[in-house]
Design a protein around this ligand. Structure first.
Ligand code: PRX
Length: 653
């Protein structure tokens, strides 16, 4: 944690405070009293849950003895799709826009709640027609098109847990996730648009499906068609079906399955410290109540808001704040298919102007790119519809916070830096706009009822200003219940360090106002552009290449991505560390995992510096990588170089 220690010292010198304006506070959904209300822990969540539709009310709010017993709204029965769609169709929101979609090429589609009701019902019937039953897993590998949230909600409607795999993952990564979840059906598209080009998703699915024994059917949305050069979409007779053809005869009405509050809603894979991704399991009642409540208060949802969360639905941010949280609230969400710089770097700001977006939720990595591209891009557009800004995915540096506040928010939008994880399902540490003063770089306070703390190695709460491990001591409704098919790993990763206390895997500090400052991961997880990647996963991908004998992967600071990957590689005899080899290895990792995992730099090395007990000296590697980034081209393939460096470090220690 030595580099982050420096960061936090700098952060703690950050003394700008932004009080909520009277104008915002007077209309905000959250008032400071909400923290007092939260003292009645069970009452608070029961009141929130009562705002949703239940077929049967719960007998008990919560039972908590983790990791074995984590249960919310025990005995309650509900359906997530009913709550996100039918509930609104039955009232004045029936013809309100639910999803405003914009394709990268500029196409527009608006789905009202009534449209969504019809589409979800139809597709739910299609899934049933393919033999999907309650409890069957459905894998989804799609671009950001309206059929994606429709697919999620259709799964939820019939009680089939979905497992969404981000469209940027490779065929192999997809196969691993399909097989772990033992998915029966895959939903995909022929392709999707990204930066003017086509990402061929069906092609990757075909490759993945070469060894997936549980898959019986594939549903394919025709997003691109055959007019695009190089487009290949082979449909296998009997297995593959076009979405639009299956839907022709499907009925609109599909009775939602009455789910137990603790029935699984979905699995979402995320990286941990080992090479194998973790299947995070979320259940129905607690997850929906958690995302519903946090959306309502943190994004201050009002009926005329236009909410845009820029995350892909392939990540948890998209699950919770493009789909379930906003739709459970009957909000209008904007969904955009493509990249922020297509056809030019003003695309996002043009989109905000065009749809009158009022609340924007994005990631620091995007903000840093915009900073680099210059203020002239946002300045070209009218962003005055914006009234609230959010940030998620990684620590936001105070400069990026200030830039966001000034150039996007015109200094009159509160900025909510929201800390949470795939595992937490909902935002846990965040300002409540209108009720909490913000400080650039701090996620501020735990959400009402959330009992977060910072522990030292012995499990004692650290004093103000000291760093430690971020933990959560009490339950929250949308927490993951287990890792799919791996309760032992669930216990080992999150519950073994401090029994009964959730270990988040992040470092944190608190200041004299009790504000939390996040310091980054404490495990072997790298956060690239707000996305989690395990060093082990990348190391295994490298070692899989015929030329590689051994490798060690570390995170290095990166101006835009926050962190990037540097890979140290020992080649087998007979292979040379040429530029060509570097290129080949980068492309190998891309192919094995996906573009996000591609190393920024590869450093060929003759031996890895290890301690006497055999642990790789990652601190030394970080310094070596930093040196190389500065332009030092020392040829590390000379064994003496590392030996010398190692000696120097050992003497220092
Ligand atoms: O390290 C923290 C970082 O992202 C991790 C969770 O990643 P993931 O499960 O992919 O979910 C990302 C979106 C919720 C955390 O362990 N992280 C997320 N938000 C913040 C953050 N770090 C600092 N500040 C944040 N606001």
């Amino acid at each position: 944690m030595e580099t982050t220690e420096k960061t936090i010292d700098a952060l703690l010198e950050e003394n700008r405070v932004f009080e909520p304006s009277d104008e915002f506070a007077s209309q905000a959904n959250a008032t400071p009293e909400i923290y007092d209300e939260a003292e009645d822990f069970e009452g608070f969540w029961a009141r929130m849950a009562e705002e949703l539709h239940w077929y049967r009310m719960w007998d008990k709010v919560v039972e908590y003895d983790p990791p074995a017993v984590i249960r919310w709204f025990i005995g309650g029965r509900l359906n997530a799709s009913y709550n996100c769609v039918d509930r609104h169709v039955a009232g004045p929101k029936r013809n309100k826009a639910a999803i405003i979609w914009e394709g990268e090429l500029g196409e527009e589609r608006v789905l009202t709640y009534w449209d969504l009701y019809r589409e979800v019902g139809k597709f739910a019937n299609v899934l049933k027609g393919l033999g999907v039953k309650k409890g069957d897993r459905v894998a989804i590998y799609m671009p950001m098109i309206p059929e994606l949230p429709i697919a999620l909600l259709a799964c939820a409607r019939i009680g089939a847990p979905h497992s969404v795999v981000f469209g940027g993952f490779s065929a192999e990564a997809l196969r691993e996730r399909i097989n772990d979840a033992e998915a029966k059906v895959i939903i995909t598209a022929d392709g999707g648009y990204r930066r003017g080009g086509v990402v061929q998703l069906k092609k990757a699915v075909d490759e993945a499906l070469q060894m997936t024994p549980t898959v019986t059917d594939v549903v394919v949305v025709k997003r691109v068609g055959d007019d695009v050069e190089g487009m290949v979409c082979h449909m296998q007779e009997g297995r593959d079906h076009w979405w639009h053809e299956l839907g022709v005869d499907a009925k609109t009405k599909c009775e939602p399955e009455e789910m137990d509050a603790e029935d699984m809603l979905y699995i979402l894979y995320t990286s941990g410290s080992t090479g194998k991704p973790k299947g995070i399991v979320h259940t129905t009642g607690g997850y929906l109540v958690g995302t519903y409540t946090t959306f309502k208060y943190i994004f201050d949802n009002k009926d005329d808001d236009v909410f845009w969360c820029t995350a892909d639905i392939g990540w948890v941010t998209g699950h919770s704040y493009v789909v379930y949280g906003p739709l459970a609230n009957g909000a209008t969400v904007v969904m955009y298919e493509g990249s922020p710089d297509f056809p030019d770097r003003g695309r996002w700001w043009g989109t905000i102007e065009k749809y009158g977006v009022t609340v924007l939720y994005t990631a620091p990595t995007a903000i840093r790119s915009f900073m680099k591209w210059g203020t002239e891009w946002p300045a070209k557009y009218d962003l005055s519809s914006l009234r609230l800004l959010g940030s998620v995915g990684e620590p936001i540096n105070p400069e990026a916070w200030m830039w966001y506040h000034k150039y996007i928010g015109n200094e009159n939008c509160p900025v909510a830096d929201t800390w949470w994880q795939t595992e937490t399902g909902m935002i846990l540490i965040t300002p409540l706009p209108g009720a909490v003063a913000t400080k650039p770089g701090s996620a501020t306070r735990p959400f009402p009822t959330v009992d977060a703390d910072v522990f030292d190695e012995n499990g004692d709460s650290v004093p103000v200003g000291a760093g430690g491990n971020l933990v959560v001591k009490k339950a929250w409704p949308s927490m993951t219940r287990t890792l799919y098919k791996d309760p032992e790993r669930f216990k080992a990763v999150y519950w073994s360090k401090y029994p009964g206390v959730y270990l988040a895997g992040d470092g944190a500090k608190r200041d004299e106002d009790g504000y939390f400052w996040l310091l980054g991961r404490i495990d072997d997880v790298i956060n690239i552009s707000g996305h989690r990647m395990s060093t082990m996963e990348v190391e295994s991908a490298l070692v899989d290449h015929q030329a590689v004998a051994e490798s060690a992967v570390i995170g290095i600071p990166h101006e835009i991505k926050g962190e990037a990957i540097a890979a140290f590689v020992i080649l087998k005899d007979g292979f040379d560390g040429t530029m060509q080899m570097e290129k080949e290895l980068k492309s190998h990792v891309r192919q094995k995992i996906g573009a996000i995992a591609q190393p920024e730099m590869i450093i060929f090395i003759a031996e890895l510096p290890k301690t006497r007990s055999g642990k790789i000296m990652r601190r030394l590697l970080r310094d070596v990588a930093a040196g190389r980034a500065l332009g030092d081209t020392t040829t590390l393939a000379d064994p003496n170089v590392v030996a010398e460096l190692k000696k120097k470090y050992e003497n220092e220690e």
